[in-house]
Design a protein around this ligand. Sequence first.
Ligand SMILES: [Cu+2]
Length: 121
Amino acid sequence: MSLVHALITALLAALPARPAARAPHHPPRRIDVVVNAYFGHFVPTVIRAQYGDTIHVTLKANDSAHGFMVEGHKFDVTAYPGMPAQVTFVADWVGGKEWFCTFDCGPRHGTMSGMIVVTKD
Ligand SMILES: [Cu+2]
């Protein structure tokens, strides 16, 4: 064994073990959420997902029509009493994105929003 080889072998042995490759991200899930819309607010107001999940929202309008759109997305759905609306999208961001009512449902329309919080492990 040459001196160089011995040195390299010694150096390699002294290095900390390489961390195991990161465990793969959990398999993407489908998250089904019913968002109930009322004059002035949504229930729930927060949807939590992990990066890559598919979020399926069923919007139910409980008094008048209400809309649902997520900032940065192109969809905009409207539900009417007795006629829920559905939309499916992928949580392809990390952090919070706000959703809004897009149907002018009355004086408290401007207060109608919620947050989708996406985390990545
Ligand atoms: Cu509204």
